[in-house]
Write a protein that binds this ligand. Sequence first.
Ligand code: ZN
Length: 303
Amino acid sequence: MTEAESKSTFLNQMNDQGNQIQRFSFDNTNVRGERVMLTNAYQEIIRRKDYPAAIENLLGEFVAAVALLRDIIKIDGVLSLQAKGEGVLSTIMAECDEQQNVRGIAQWDPNAVMPNTLPLQETLAGGYLVITMTPSQGNRYQGIVELTGDTLAECLEQYFFQSEQLPSRIWLTANGSQCSGLFLQRLPNEQAKENDEDAWERLCHLAATTTTEELLTLTTEHLLHRLYHEEEVRLYEPKPMQFRCSCSRERTQEALMSIAPEELKEILLEQGVIAIDCQFCAEHYEFSEAEIAPLLGDQGFVH
Ligand SMILES: [Zn+2]
């Protein structure tokens, strides 16, 4: 292998490791974990709008969190995590599907003074967090979480405790280039597998010593070695993650059905076509009058 080849292999590995989610567990305990780390997939999301730095960071936390949640809940379909409120930020959301495709978006008040950090309770005044699971088959399910904590991680820990009665700890961080998340959960002691009673406390205590820098830069293997070199850690196969938007011409056309025919006609009269940009990926879709004729109601065409 030439030097150039070995360098490119190294970069490819870094790139792969930079966008993946990986499960792990600790032998002889009931504790399981997940680590997600995203670089390009996260950058693709934030480069689509001129986000202030604080929103880029919070959006990164949402993206890391939604990837963790989908893999933990193991839903075959889409999981979305959305917060709405009336503060500086009006909406922030991220979603992830079973192929580990992520996308995300935030809307904010452009006239507001943007602080360096965005404590959730304050930023989304009177807001709440909604977790929506849309399985490929079956009914959609929504869980609503009050914004009781200042960080997304605190709110999600609360969610796991309330909805599944499972003690869970989450660490999330992002810096505009990378976003990362670490998750630990103590499963019920059904198989009396846990003969190590202090395990949960000890493993959480060690995880809490992770620095933001380590969470953002270390590969999962290195991070787990740094935290748990004295524990018996079992690492599972990592799964690659990427940015991909699920929008399509068909879905966009379906979305036009929620607009009143009168309104569509008005736009056609003014602009000649119906133009819609996807908010997630900025893909531009245009529909002619003939294409959306069935949506225009009984009176049919404008001209
Ligand atoms: Zn799109």
